[in-house]
Write a protein that binds this ligand. Sequence first.
Ligand code: SF4
Length: 410
Amino acid sequence: MVEIRKLKTAKLMKKVMADHFYEIDAAMKAGNPKVAWCTSVGPAELLRAMGFVVYFPENHAAILGATRTATDYIPVANAIGYSPEICSYLTADVGAYLKGFTPLAKIYDGIESIPKPDVLVYNTNQCRDVKDWFEWYARRWDVPCLGIESYVNVGEVTETHVQGIAGQFKKLADDLTAATGNKLDMDKLAETVWLSRKCSDLWKEVLEMATHKPSPLTFFDGTIHMGPAVVMRGTQVAIDYYETLLEELRGWVAEGVAAVPGEKFRIYWEGMPIWGKLRENAELFLRLKTAVVASTYCNSWIFTALDGNDPWNSMARAYTELFIVRDDDYKEEYFIKMKELFDYDGVIFHDAKTCPNNSNCRYGLPQRLQEKAGVPFVTIDGDLNDLRCYSEEQAITKIEAFIEQLGERQ
Ligand code: SF4
């Protein structure tokens, strides 16, 4: 069996993530600074500039998935009316809360629960589920729930879109002040947006290390190392982390170290990770000498539009330009651009049962991509957190057959 190569920086990652959770836990216990919950592609910069510590429930839900506890708690949320068909981040997180469980308590000494928020702040740019999720906690704890209602299925992002969302950002700042007393510091906002932009640029550079042949990292490494880009963008900590990671990756590239020794094929992973099967999937691709070199998922935390000189409009643009917000014409072009950049041989579309928003194989896109750009693809059925929706045997058979076909093409 070939071993998964671990980057040394992974140790630093553990510390950075621990510090993040301890900081929020301490704030909650002391009642200062106030705690804001935020969606993963939500207005984190604004919240930091208003003096909140920021907690990301999707990160918590992914930990429930990765620790394979999610499937135990999803039925608890189903029993109170939250369908097994809706986001399994939402159902796993709410179910775990109702049972008084959090994996954080097992991982971090002294942390007993998820942090109770002073305010919950969403952006529906990714889906409606995040709003429903936050509203459930808002009712439970009687705390304010505020947010941005985004456009969906956007082709070209126009000034009308940008002005509309920028206006909502400004109103959100006023509403946050009214709800919590925290005030916006415009200098701090500019600084936070710059820090976020720097983090985004570094994260992009990390992911583009996989354009090298052989690639020094895979999608499965990306799902781990994306942590700081998700939960700490807008801070110096995230920047320092990616500078360290990049240094190690540059060393690997210089020495020709391959994440997948004997790399023969290069794959693009489209859709959500299957959190409870990351290790198994990483090992499967290792065995098939296939490097999963790129993914829409990891790319979702690249926000090149952010600009500290124009924080409102640039935040509005960055959070509207996201892949998940866009229409299929944009997405097709995006996959073609990614093919040019990463030189992948084919695409695996993960049809995640409970996340139609991040499953792009339901409206003929893979077929059009194949016709237009000759991109071979395979679709696997599964889910991000609900392992009852994933048939491992079937997925392995499909992936093995797909790689065999790629071999015949070569
Ligand atoms: S995008 Fe998908 S996985 Fe993420 S919160 Fe929405 S439904 Fe859940």
